[in-house]
Design a protein around this ligand. Structure first.
Ligand SMILES: Cc1cc2nc3c(=O)[nH]c(=O)nc-3n(C[C@H](O)[C@H](O)[C@H](O)COP(=O)(O)OP(=O)(O)OC[C@H]3O[C@@H](n4cnc5c(N)ncnc54)[C@H](O)[C@@H]3O)c2cc1C
Length: 568
């Protein structure tokens, strides 16, 4: 049955983490909006788990209750990355993320917040609860976006699960509809980059990994078993793990993994311990960035704008920072009386600021993914020959042999790889030497799991920043170098506010600009797009590590990035 048209300021398509957080920030800016999500509820099995420090900072600024957020971390002691044939088998290589004391110290001083291991399904439920409480939001699960009805991208056709179809007219449309975004397809926005790097079977299991392996504290197991070729993410060592098994496309497909095959795989991995398969899905790994992040009044946010390998845990984190970058600009366009030119330049800055960050994060994720092969090579295996087994076993001839004979052929093909693994695990000189080689390759992976510079040290070069930003150096991937220059995130310095320990980042309010000044300074000569400016003299903060000389000021945007550094 057709219903009448509903009017709103902003329509969000997609109720994953990106869409839900966009709703929370729009509510903070008092903008009425509707969010539609085709599922009837949030996901019931996890994907992402690494919530990095910039994301937790952003959540704090959005007003999210931090104790409740951190309580969602069910693996707070996670510090090990383990390479072994299977969980519980002899450890062939291990990275202890708590061993690099200097890196830990740097993390401690870079922020009042920290990263957390929060399973995406728990985070989504948490964000949904917050989003639904606002008087400005209208959150509709079980409603699918079907397309646009007019050329100005204003009228959207939607359908609900009970086949009710209606239209929603919105001034702005946020496409938070994930990696296979139908909004971006409808607008014919091209995705640039490889559209297939690998295909994974994801098996989410209720299991106590603590009973399977003595390596408690492990966050990721890289499974070196030649039949597995995958990784296991421990979301909660007592209750939840996800096995990601490579599907050898084109020699096999998701359909080759029927329940019986999955069960036998999991029995092997969990070594006979009790488990329950909760969810089975397929995931295609790509490395793509949208050609445009904005088209007219439509903005791509999160995975609809960029999708990259999970090696580095950057997908969801990049998405949250997209939303944080965009919503204050959208709020100014809607709430403040801007002339057309200012409004356009402000809205265009979303793409010019976020696309380079997405590119850098894609490159880092790709590099991490490729470098992982070094560990396999150190064991003595040739990753280029990894496809040989599935290729032979799935050839027409072998597929039609009796099962017993096929198993014998497989055992013969796997023999050399199994011998290498046994040699690496052996308690003799040869084993020690192989493990030394692996250790070296493992040490080389540290950057993959320790990317503070990438998380906090990106600089917006072009957009709502002074032209000097273009020359501001970015931090290295691993090492964050605090910078008070235009384009950078305002560095954290511990301060006291109202008798409590706080951060300079707490001074940046999402609904205004901030001017941090030292003594008397010149008039601010930079647009603030209708936002008020809160002035604070650094002398009031009782700290001496804010890099400002007499008469200088920093104009900080609502998202905590420095727009301009003003001279005396
Ligand atoms: C195994 C794995 C591990 C990962 N680990 C990490 C990690 O540790 N850290 C990290 O930062 N990232 C990680 N990622 C990436 C992360 O999961 C994604 O980046 C994140 O889910 C993107 O969120 P999103 O809201 O943009 O998209 P999605 O989560 O895909 O949400 C999009 C939503 O839009 C809905 N939708 C789609 N089409 C329509 C329509 N037509 N109408 C209405 N609704 C629609 C979908 O149902 C979906 O709910 C991982 C990914 C995988 C697969």
């Amino acid at each position: 049955m057709a219903r009448e048209n509903i009017e709103t300021s902003v329509l969000i398509v997609g109720g994953g983490p990106t869409g839900l957080f966009a709703s929370i920030l729009l509510s903070k800016c008092r903008i009425p909006h509707i969010l539609i999500e085709r599922r009837v509820d949030v996901i019931d099995a996890p994907a992402a788990h690494v919530i990095n420090v910039r994301t937790t900072e952003i959540f704090r600024q959005a007003g999210i209750e931090m104790d409740a957020l951190y309580a969602l971390d069910h693996h707070p002691e996670a510090r090990l990355i383990t390479w072994s044939q299977l969980p519980g088998a002899p450890v062939l290589g291990q990275l202890d993320l708590s061993a690099n004391r200097e890196a830990l110290k740097a993390r401690g001083s870079a922020s009042q917040d920290h990263s957390a291991n929060i399973s995406q399904h728990l985070l989504e439920r948490f964000l949904r609860g917050i989003a639904e409480k606002s008087e400005f939001s209208d959150i509709r699960f079980g409603v699918k976006w079907e397309g646009l009805s007019n050329t100005q991208n204003r009228i959207n056709r939607v359908s609900s699960i009970n086949s009710d179809t209606y239209s929603i007219s919105a001034d702005y449309l946020l496409a938070a509809d994930g990696a296979s975004s139908s909004v971006s397809r409808a607008l014919d926005i091209q995705m640039i980059g490889p559209d297939h790097l690998a295909t994974f079977l994801n098996l989410s299991c209720e299991v106590s990994i603590d009973d399977v392996s003595p390596e408690s504290g492990t966050l990721l197991y890289w499974l070196m078993d030649p039949e597995m070729r995958g990784v296991m993410i421990v979301h909660d060592p007592k209750h939840l793990a996800v096995v990601m098994q490579l599907i050898n496309v084109p020699y096999e497909t998701f359909n080759d993994y029927d329940d019986a095959r999955c069960e036998s795989l999991l029995e092997k991995i969990f070594r006979g311990n009790a488990y329950r398969l909760i969810h089975k899905s397929v995931w295609r790994m790509t490395a793509q960035i949208a050609e445009n992040f904005r088209q007219g009044n439509v903005f791509l946010i999160g995975d609809s704008a960029h999708r990259f390998p999970p090696t580095g845990g950057l997908g969801l984190n990049t998405a949250i920072a997209d939303v944080h970058n965009l919503v204050w600009k959208l709020a100014a366009a809607i709430n403040n009386d801007l002339d057309a030119e200012s409004r356009e330049s402000l809205l265009n800055s979303y793409e010019s600021e976020r696309k380079p960050v997405a590119q850098r994060n894609t490159d880092a994720s790709n590099l991490n993914n490729e470098k992982m092969m070094e560990v396999v090579e150190a064991l003595g295996l040739d990753p280029r020959k990894a496809d040989l087994l599935p290729k032979i076993m799935n050839s027409f001839l072998i597929r039609h042999l009796p099962k017993g004979l096929r198993q014998k052929i497989k055992a013969v093909l796997l023999k050399p790889a199994r011998a290498l693994i046994a040699a690496a695990a052996a308690n003799d000189q040869e084993g020690e030497e192989i493990r030394k080689r692996i250790s070296k390759a493992v040490e080389n992976q540290e950057e993959h799991f320790s990317m503070l510079g990438l998380e906090l040290g990106y600089i917006y070069k072009k957009g709502v920043v002074s032209s000097e930003a273009e020359h501001t150096p970015e931090s290295e991937v691993m090492t964050y170098t605090p910078s008070f220059a235009a384009g950078a995130r305002l560095p954290h310095c511990a301060i006291e506010r109202n008798g409590k320990l706080a951060s300079t980042l707490d001074l940046a309010n999402y609904n205004s600009f901030l001017s941090l000044k030292s003594g008397e300074s010149r008039e601010i000569d930079f647009p603030t797009f209708g936002y008020s400016v809160t002035e604070i003299d650094v002398a009031e903060l009782g700290v001496n590590n804010i890099d400002l000389s007499e008469g200088e000021y920093l104009l900080v945007r609502p998202d905590g990035h420095i727009a301009v550094r003003g001279n005396p």
